[in-house]
Ligand binder design. Structure first.
Ligand code: G4P
Length: 535
C-alpha cells in the first residue's frame, strides 16, 4: 500500500466526556466489537493493574479518577482506528487539551439524564477553537432520562452548532424500545444485558410501521412525532459541514448494554476524517515561513503531545507520545529532535498495536508512536527523520490559575528537587516557575490535584520531601514585546514579578486580574499572553 492509502484509512479520535457519563464503558465496547480485545472488562482491569504497578498512581486509585490518558488502537473494516483517552477530572484538563491537538475528531459521550456537564463544556470549547469535528453519543437511554428533543436542544446550544440525529430513540428507561436508524430506515430493538453482540439485536424495517406501532404503542407514536420535529428543525446532513466543525451527528444508545455502539464505530469509519495536513513553520533566512505537511509526504514528522513518566518508579524513563503528521515509522530509523537538533535515541518504541498477535512494524500519519527515552524530549517537540527542517506549533500551555511555593524539608536534597521539578515540568504535570530575582521555586497549576500529584511524585520518585505554601500570586502571563528595549523597560519596572518557566519563557506573575490590566495600561506595548504555544 502507498503512504496515501495507508493514511487515508486511519482515524484518530479522542473520546471526551464528563466523569461517569460512560466513557470507559464505551471505549471498552468499541475495542470489543472491533475485535481489538476479546473479553469485556479488560479496559477497566487494565486501569486497575496500572494502579497496582505504580506507586504514584495511588492518588488516582484513592480518588477513583484517571490521571493519565492513554492510546488504544483497533482495526475495523480495513481501517486503523486510534482512540485517545482523556482524563476526565477537571484538574487535569491541560493534559486533555493537549491530547485534543493530536486528534482529527472527537467522540463526545453525554449522559442522557445529565445533558452537557461542566467538564464537557470546556472540552467542547477547545474542539471549537480548532474546528475539530465532533460525533455525539447520548448514553444511558436504558435509564429514566431527559426527552431527546430537550437533550438535542441543549447540545446545540452548548456546541453552538446544529445537531443532526443519525439514530432516534423509541422510549427510554424501562420502556426503552430501541433506536431508529435514520439512514437505513430500520429500527433496532433493544434488549438489556452485556452478552449480546451488535448483530444479535433484532432489526425491523420502518415500512413495517403497523407492527412496530403495535409492539411499542405509545412509545412508538411519541418517538415518531419527536423524530419528525427534530429532523424538521435540523439541517440536512452535510458531511463537509461536519468536517468543518459546523454540525454534529448524534447517536443514541446504551453503552453498558452494547446498544447503539456499532453505529458509532461505523460513523468513525464512514464519517470521521482521515489525517489532515498540518501547519508548521520553518526558518528560511532567519524568517519564519509557514510550511504545510501532507500526511502522505514521505518524510517522517510528528509532535510530542504527551510525556509520561515510566510506571516503574525505579527507572527515570519517560514515554514521549508522538502524533505522526507525515511519513512512515519503521523500527530502528534515525530520528531527530528539532529543538535541540540532537538524535532521539529511544530505549524502546511502542506503536500501540500490542493487542494484536502479529508484530506490527510500521506506523503512518495519524498513528501515535510512544518512544521511551531517558530525557531530551519535551512536550511540544517536533520529531523528524532529519530530512526536513520544520517545527510544528499549536501545543497549548495555559497560564496557571493557582500557585504554590515549594519549600524543601531537607536542604541536602536540592539537586534531586531541581531534577524532579525540571522533569515534571517538561512532562507538563505542573508548570514550574523560577523567579528571576531568586527565591523559592513556584509551582503553577490549573487544578488543585496537580499539586498533590507532584508533591507525591517528588517524594516517591526523587526522594525530595517538600512542603507547599500558599503565595500571593493568582495568575501569570507570558510576555513579549516588539523590541528588546521595551521588554527591558518592563522588566526593570517589575523585577520582582518576573519568572521563567520550564521552557525558559519569561512570564509576569500577577496577584489579581486588575494587576494585569494596570500593567498593560502602563506598558501598552507589552503583549500579555494567557496561553503559550510551544514553538
Ligand atoms: P466514565 O469512564 O465516563 O467515568 O464512566 P464509566 O464508563 O465508568 O461509567 C460510569 C457508570 O455508568 C458505571 O457504573 C457504568 O456501568 C454506568 N454506565 C455506563 N453506560 C451505561 C448505560 O448505558 N446505562 C446505564 N444504566 N449505566 C451505564 P458504576 O456503577 O459506576 O460502575 P460499574 O460497577 O458498573 O462498573
Amino acid at each position: 500500500m502507498t503512504y496515501a492509502s495507508e493514511t487515508r484509512r486511519r482515524r484518530t479520535f479522542a473520546i471526551i466526556s464528563h466523569p461517569d457519563a460512560g466513557k470507559t464503558t464505551l471505549t471498552e465496547k468499541l475495542l470489543l466489537f472491533s475485535g481489538a480485545i476479546q473479553i469485556a472488562g479488560s479496559v477497566k482491569a487494565r486501569k486497575a493493574s496500572r494502579h497496582a504497578t505504580s506507586d504514584w498512581m495511588e492518588i488516582e486509585k484513592q480518588r477513583g479518577i484517571s490521571v493519565a490518558s492513554s492510546v488504544m488502537q483497533m482495526s475495523y473494516r480495513d481501517h486503523v482506528v486510534n482512540l485517545l483517552d482523556t482524563p476526565g477530572h477537571k484538574d487535569f484538563s491541560e493534559d486533555t487539551y493537549r491530547v485534543l491537538t493530536a486528534v482529527d475528531s472527537a467522540l463526545m459521550v453525554i449522559d442522557a439524564a445529565n445533558g452537557v456537564e461542566a467538564q464537557t463544556r470546556r472540552l467542547i470549547e477547545v474542539c471549537r477553537q480548532r474546528d475539530t469535528p465532533i460525533i455525539t453519543f447520548v448514553n444511558k437511554m436504558d435509564r429514566e432520562v431527559r426527552e431527546p428533543l430537550d437533550i438535542l436542544d441543549e447540545i446545540e446550544r452548548e456546541l453552538g452548532m446544529p445537531c443532526v440525529p443519525m439514530t432516534w430513540p423509541v422510549g427510554q428507561g424501562k420502556l426503552f424500545g430501541g433506536i431508529i436508524n435514520l439512514r437505513t430506515e430500520a429500527m433496532t430493538v433493544f434488549e438489556s444485558g452485556s452478552e449480546r453482540r451488535p448483530q444479535d439485536f433484532d432489526t425491523v424495517p420502518l415500512n413495517d410501521a403497523d407492527s412496530l406501532a403495535k409492539r411499542f404503542g405509545h412509545e412508538w407514536t411519541t418517538a415518531i412525532e419527536s423524530m419528525e420535529l427534530a429532523t424538521g428543525a435540523s439541517p440536512a446532513w452535510d458531511h463537509a459541514a461536519f468536517l468543518a466543525g459546523k454540525q454534529t451527528p448524534v447517536f443514541f444508545g446504551s453503552g453498558v448494554n452494547n446498544f447503539g455502539v456499532m453505529e458509532v464505530l461505523d460513523a468513525l469509519v464512514d464519517l470521521a476524517p482521515a489525517p489532515q495536513k498540518r501547519t508548521s513553520t520553518t526558518v528560511v533566512n532567519r524568517q519564519p515561513v509557514v510550511k504545510e505537511m501532507q500526511p502522505e509526504d514521505t518524510a517522517f514528522s510528528g509532535v510530542v503531545f504527551k510525556v509520561q513518566a515510566n510506571m516503574d518508579a525505579n527507572h527515570r524513563d519517560r514515554i514521549a507520545f508522538v502524533r505522526m503528521a507525515s511519513g512512515k515509522y519503521t523500527p530502528g530509523m534515525k530520528l531527530k529532535v528539532m529543538r535541540t537538533a540532537k538524535e532521539l535515541r529511544p530505549t524502546s518504541v511502542v506503536t500501540f498495536m500490542s493487542q494484536r498477535r502479529e508484530a506490527v512494524e510500521e506506523a503512518y500519519a495519524g498513528d501515535i508512536v510512544g518512544f521511551t527515552t531517558h530525557g531530551g524530549v519535551q512536550l511540544g517537540d517536533t520529531i523528524t527523520d532529519g530530512s526536513i527542517n520544520l517545527q510544528y506549533t499549536g501545543l497549548p500551555f495555559f497560564a496557571p490559575e493557582m500557585f504554590m511555593t515549594v519549600v524543601l524539608r531537607n536542604p541536602l536534597r536540592t539537586k534531586q528537587l531541581q531534577q524532579g521539578l525540571a522533569q515534571l515540568g517538561e512532562e507538563g504535570a505542573i508548570q514550574v516557575f523560577k523567579p528571576e530575582m531568586g527565591g523559592n521555586m513556584l509551582l503553577g497549576a490549573v487544578g488543585q490535584l496537580q499539586f498533590e500529584v507532584v508533591q507525591h511524585r517528588l517524594k516517591g520518585e526523587y526522594d525530595a520531601d517538600i512542603r507547599l505554601e500558599g503565595c500571593q500570586y493568582t495568575g501569570a502571563r507570558w510576555i513579549t514585546a516588539d523590541t528588546p528595549k521595551e521588554l527591558q523597560e518592563f522588566i526593570n519596572a517589575y523585577p520582582m514579578r518576573m519568572a521563567r518557566d520550564a521552557a525558559d519563557t519569561l512570564a509576569y506573575l500577577c496577584t489579581s486580574p486588575y494587576d494585569v490590566r494596570l500593567a498593560q495600561e502602563r506598558f501598552p506595548k507589552i503583549h500579555f499572553h494567557p496561553l503559550r504555544e510551544h514553538a
